[in-house]
Design a protein around this ligand. Sequence first.
Ligand code: AMP
Length: 173
Amino acid sequence: MNETSWKNLIRQVPDFPKPGILFYDITTLLRDKDGLGSVIDAFEKQYEEKRVDVVLGIEARGFLLAPTVAYALGTGFVPVRKPKKLPWQVESVEYALEYGTDKLEIHRDAIKPGQHVLIIDDVLATGGTAEAVAKLVEKLGGVVAGLGFLIELDFLKGRGKLGTYDIHSLIHY
Ligand code: AMP
């Protein structure tokens, strides 16, 4: 499948979760066996030559992709979660939203110093979330191997916030 066929499987929902937002619903792509398989294959192809020791997924929709990408690459999976969900000692990072701030957490022992970490999420929008997670990885002594997204909203210029990291998105709007 190519970008056009993936786009045909993604449902665009206007005004969700609030007025003015066009929400890219990937559940319609994931339920399609060729859609799901070809997306995971594309991530695998992108990173198979690269050193990746562990794949990290960002709650919540990153969890729909990252563990399967990890399986394809033969690595383990690490979750980054919203506050107060992880039971063990955590490292956390706060980042700015349009209004106010948000926080994400990771288990302190989830990444070993020097490990190369591939960060996966569904959508790169303003880049605030991805930037915060990259910082979290580095706080634990990990190396960001790359940032992989299913969808990138080019007009929001999130890539600009992510400096020199290796960023790859399968679908661009
Ligand atoms: P940002 O920090 O602005 O890059 O936002 C990224 C997060 O918000 C991702 O984890 C996405 O799941 C979610 N997101 C932002 N915009 C959209 C959108 N238009 N459709 C679906 N998810 C979105």
